[in-house]
Design a protein around this ligand. Structure first.
Ligand SMILES: [Zn+2]
Length: 189
């Protein structure tokens, strides 16, 4: 293949979006509590940062967003953690994406995860881990028991919607595969 030519991915699968859809089913229920300016200052101070000099808490790179420190979704279930200052740390996009739903310490020490501080061979990993431990101990995070709030029926209905959608996606994928074969056969004519 030509060195200049990198075409779009060939035939992405409908089912490849299952994790995204599953995540959205729980992220969509997750409340956000906006922090006061004082709370943001306090969080930054716990992380060893000053206002106006806020960087990625994981790698020290340029901050582009605040990352859910403890994941919102794990193993296709909500963890109960929400969007609030006790569960958010400043992050760069690369760290946020690489960390995903992994435990923050496990990810930081991972030698295989793309862009993990260990993989990047950052010299101050221990210090960063220590600061994040301080942050972890700073406040008890809010943890929601969704099933208890909604009751078993409403919760079961929400989970059924998810299962139905995932199953429909799988069926649609099988259908799409046979349709694609027809198109390919048509092209060969
Ligand atoms: Zn980073």
């Amino acid at each position: 293949m030509h060195a200049d030519f990198n075409p779009p991915a060939k035939n992405p699968r409908i089912t490849s979006r299952k994790p995204t859809i599953t995540g959205l089913f729980f992220v969509t229920l997750t409340p956000s509590v906006l922090p006061t300016d004082e709370e943001v200052d306090e969080a930054l101070s716990v992380l060893g940062m000053k206002a106006g000099h806020c960087v990625c808490a994981y790698c020290g790179g340029k901050k582009s967003e605040w990352d859910h420190f403890r994941p919102i979704v794990l193993n296709r279930r909500p963890t109960g953690y929400i969007t609030e200052i006790a569960n958010l740390v400043p992050s760069c996009g690369k760290c946020n994406q690489s960390k995903g739903n992994t435990n923050w310490r496990k990810w930081m020490l991972s030698a295989t995860a793309t862009h993990s501080p260990t993989r990047l061979k950052l010299p101050d990993i221990e210090e960063r881990i220590h600061r994040l431990e301080q942050f972890e101990a700073w406040r008890t995070p809010i943890k929601i028991d969704y099933a208890a709030i909604f009751g078993p029926e409403k919760w079961a209905q929400h989970m059924r919607y998810l299962e139905d959608i995932l199953q429909l996606m799988a069926q649609a994928e099988v259908g799409a595969e046979s349709l694609r074969k027809l198109v390919e056969a048509h092209l060969r004519k």
